[in-house]
Design a protein around this ligand. Structure first.
Ligand code: C2E
Ligand code: MG
Ligand code: MG
Ligand code: MG
Length: 284
């Protein structure tokens, strides 16, 4: 899907370029039966308390293994699922599975990504409540992640949906915060418990001197405002010790990234949970 403009310019790959292609339509057709064929699974990526080093949460991430296409990234198939009207089925499956895992893992909160289309289903909150009851899991053990750009798309309906979810006792967080066109002042208008700084901020912490300064000031400002508003700040995409040290020093509360732990299957996640020793970065 690399397109050429004129002679020299090779446009970088952009998933939106595939919007109308045959491939995208085929993905949609294949995705329709993927769940029944057992091709969809979940992986879990730990989130650590940056003060104590404790494994406190895990993000639930969807995986699709197609017999011919191989592994398809959720960055590619979630937009297809949304367009093909499949996101509600997939999303509810992920939520039900997450409740089942939450029952087995009482020591962690599970963070589940939710698409705006799910939020607009009138019985969404009701369905989550039923899953929680089915597995006897308190609502506070689930946290729903909604992207900032998603939350900006619609206003009154979105806020109403969030309020309904909050009433059931679920935690809500804003994902990929800092790249949309919301501002710090608007944070107060969302009934959320926390936010996850977009990975680009963490990436800039390993960039040029100017990038680093900019990222540090931005993260610092977000943490200060969040502390006043009582919001938890998570740093995502931590790939190096230097980035980890920086986000800890800046006061981020929780951290997630390949340096800390990669997303893994349930068996491996249980081993991480049973690991008695705190990670070395927390004790050094
Ligand atoms: P996200 O919610 O922002 O999830 C974080 C993504 O960053 C994940 O990619 C994760 O594997 C990746 N990541 C974690 N640590 C690092 C790191 O240190 N470096 C780098 N470069 N990446 C890191 P993944 O699993 O490919 O998911 C991509 C996106 O797909 C997610 O972004 C989320 O928006 C969406 N998604 C995944 N699962 C679901 C789901 O069940 N439902 C919905 N609606 N969306 C989902
Ligand atoms: Mg997320
Ligand atoms: Mg994110
Ligand atoms: Mg993302």
């Amino acid at each position: 899907a690399v397109k050429r403009n004129g002679k020299q310019n090779v446009r970088r790959y952009n998933p939106a370029d595939d919007a109308d292609t045959e491939y995208r339509q085929e993905l949609g057709r294949e995705l329709a039966g993927a769940l029944e064929r057992g091709e969809i699974s979940l992986v879990f990526q730990p989130l650590y308390d940056l003060q104590t080093g404790g494994l406190v949460k895990a993000e639930v991430l969807m995986r699709w293994h197609h017999p011919v296409f191989g592994w398809v990234s959720p960055a590619a198939f979630i937009p297809v699922a949304e367009q093909a009207g499949l996101i509600n089925t997939l999303g509810l499956w992920a939520l039900q599975q997450s409740c089942q895992y939450a029952q087995q893992w009482p020591e962690v909160v599970l963070c589940v990504n939710v698409s705006l289309l799910q939020l607009f289903q009138s019985n969404f909150a009701q369905q989550i409540s039923e899953f929680l009851q089915e597995y006897d899991v308190p609502a506070g053990r689930l946290e729903l992640e909604l992207t900032e750009t998603t939350l900006m798309q619609d206003n009154s309906n979105t806020i109403m949906g969030l309020i309904t979810l909050r009433k059931t006792g679920l935690s809500l967080t804003i994902d990929d915060f800092g790249i949309g066109y919301s501002n710090l002042a608007r944070l107060r208008t969302f009934p959320v418990e926390g936010l996850k700084m977009d990975q680009s901020f963490t990436r800039h912490l390993a960039g040029s001197e100017l990038d680093q300064r900019y990222a540090k000031e931005m993260i610092y400002a977000v943490v200060q405002i969040s502390d006043i508003a009582g919001l938890q700040v998570t740093a995502e995409g931590i790939e190096t010790l230097e980035q980890l040290q920086a986000v800890r020093a800046l006061g981020c509360h929780t951290g997630q990234g390949y340096f800390l732990a990669r997303p893994c299957g349930p068996e491996q996640f249980v081993m991480l949970l049973n690991d008695a020793a705190p990670p070395t970065w927390a004790t050094a």
